[in-house]
Design a protein around this ligand. Structure first.
Ligand code: AP5
Length: 210
């Protein structure tokens, strides 16, 4: 089984959803830079204060901040830990920094068209406490408006408004798309069609991971 996995794909392609399922089924640790940054913003830490404006507009947080954050997280884990990297790396500079610290054995790219991405993100609801993710139609919570896992009130992420989503897609194409070629050259890229039910996609994800 692959143990160091990068999840690639545009905003809303299902990285968080599939990553969570891999953690539940196989005990991976998921390192999501988006979740870490949102927590830092909520707590008002120095990192959160610096990151807030970038995130609200859909821009990337500067590489040096992200690389330092992830270096520390990775160092705190045992070497044998199975890790899912969700939302990191997002630039070639971040990928180079990650490669110096960890040997990546799979880069899993979820391919989803823009219209579907916009529909998924504008109707996504997230739990601010445990980071669980729902969709109003495709993956609704059992009780409308509340997290199934921890019962907190669900939120619309501030960067999930349509205008910001469009900017995130532009930023993705400019800065993150080159990573597909980057991992292809390294010979560890697998691309999966990311449209279909969550379980159908998870079946394909498992095949790539096992
Ligand atoms: P981040 O939190 O990483 O956001 P993202 O990459 O834009 O990805 P998302 O969380 O929006 O989507 P996802 O692919 O995880 O999809 P999900 O599973 O939730 O980053 C946010 C911001 O932080 C960035 O804009 C940037 O500012 C900053 N940042 C983070 N990392 C950074 C880095 N490394 N460098 C610099 N800046 C960084 O699914 C989406 C929705 O679709 C959900 O509602 C879900 O229920 C639904 N869904 C999932 N699968 C399906 C399916 N198969 N069918 C139908 N619906 C589905």
């Amino acid at each position: 089984m692959k143990t160091k996995i990068v999840l690639l794909g545009p905003p809303g392609s299902g990285k968080g959803t599939q990553g969570e399922k891999l953690c539940e089924q196989y005990g991976f640790v998921k390192l999501s830079t988006g979740d870490m940054l949102r927590e830092a913003v909520r707590k008002g830490t120095a990192l959160g204060v610096k990151a807030d404006g970038y995130m609200k507009s859909g821009a990337l947080v500067p590489n040096d901040l992200i690389i330092a954050l992830m270096k520390e997280k990775i160092t705190s884990l045992d070497e044998g830990t199975g890790i899912i990297f969700d939302g990191f790396p997002r630039t070639v500079e971040q990928a180079n920094a990650l490669g110096e610290q960890v040997h990546i054995d799979l880069a899993l790219n979820l391919d989803v068209n823009d219209q579907e991405l916009i529909d998924r993100l504008t109707k996504r609801r997230t739990c601010p406490k445990c980071n669980a993710v729902y969709h109003l139609e495709y993956n609704p919570p059992k009780r409308a408006g509340f997290c199934d896992k921890c019962r907190s009130v669900l939120e619309l992420r501030s960067d999930d408004r349509e205008e910001t989503v469009r900017n995130r897609l532009k930023v993705y194409r400019e800065s993150t798309l080159p990573l597909i070629k980057y991992y292809e050259k390294k010979g560890n890229l697998v691309t999966i069609e990311g449209v279909g039910s969550i379980d159908e996609i998870f079946a394909k994800v498992k095949k790539a991971v096992l």
